[in-house]
Design a protein around this ligand. Structure first.
Ligand SMILES: Nc1ncnc2c1ncn2[C@@H]1O[C@H](COP(=O)(O)OP(=O)(O)OP(=O)(O)O)[C@@H](O)[C@H]1O
Length: 251
């Protein structure tokens, strides 16, 4: 798997949110997109997942140009993302939510071909829930879950679709350090199995603890790219973005 982004640019009126951004992401890698507020992380992220159309640039997925494809078409090719569990899904149980995601992987279920409604195979569902330490919570309503567990349900549901690239926009926002690390450890395991991961992140312990590669954006442009240790020591990064105090030692 290879995701190649070249010359990505997007403006909003006079604001050049993203300018000439490029990078390569391969299977098994975790790439963190970082930068100060307003640097263009979300805009870049949304151009890649298809929510926004870039003004210029190309996004190639395994050699195929996906720049003009819809979110759904990208997802079908294996470009997956985590979604925040919306209000409507809050009334589903954990088991139901994950079962829907598992079933959605198989279009036959939706077309009634298998005649089993939207149910996943119970044994597969059980194994999947256990993998995310959600077995004991299967009957709980998503809307009543503590935040870290809810984030695990979102991740379990996104990965149930078996993406080859997982896009996560601020996956650990609002979590404690321990919960952040717990969630990202699961993602890291998936990456070890060949999944490519692109995530935006503000928590430096997550960036330096889990990313294989870091891309630093400042005012829409890439100012540095490389291994976390190199990025942490990069004077331009320290000066332009992180600030001396904010850069922790790489984990
Ligand atoms: N829909 C929009 N309309 C107008 N300007 C926008 C829009 N979305 C983003 N911008 C502007 O583009 C620039 C980049 O914003 P973006 O949200 O991509 O940055 P970010 O790095 O994700 O920031 P944050 O860390 O605060 O979420 C900012 O100046 C922002 O105000």
């Amino acid at each position: 798997m290879k995701l190649v982004v070249t010359g990505l640019s997007k403006s909003f009126g006079a604001v050049r949110a993203v300018e000439d951004v490029g990078f390569t992401l391969e299977g098994g890698q975790m790439l963190a997109l970082i930068g100060p507020n307003g640097a263009g992380k979300s805009t870049c992220f949304q151009c890649i997942n298809g929510q926004l159309q870039p003004d210029a640039g190309r996004i190639a997925f395994d050699g195929r140009d996906v720049t003009r494809l819809s979110v759904a078409a990208r997802a079908r090719l294996g470009l997956g993302r985590t979604f925040q569990i919306a209000q409507v899904a809050a009334s589903l149980s954990v088991g139901q939510h994950v079962a829907l995601a598992l079933a959605a992987r198989d279009p036959g279920v939706w077309h009634g071909v298998r005649g089993r409604g939207a149910g996943a195979d119970p044994a597969e569902l059980h194994a999947w829930l256990e993998r995310f330490d959600l077995g004991a919570l299967a009957g709980r309503l998503c809307g009543e879950l503590p935040y870290p567990e809810l984030k695990r349900v979102e991740l379990a549901s996104a990965l149930a679709l078996k993406p080859r690239v997982l896009l996560m926009d601020e996956p650990t926002a609002g979590m404690t350090r321990a919960d952040r690390r717990g969630l990202m450890a699961i993602v890291k395991q998936e990456a070890a199995g060949g999944l490519a991961v692109l995530f935006t992140e503000h928590s430096m312990d997550v960036v330096f603890g889990f990313a294989d590669k870091v891309l630093v954006l400042v005012r829409g442009r890439v100012i540095a790219e490389g291994a976390p240790r190199r990025i942490a020591e990069d004077p331009a990064v320290r000066a332009a973005y992180l600030g001396m105090a904010a850069v922790g030692a790489p984990a």
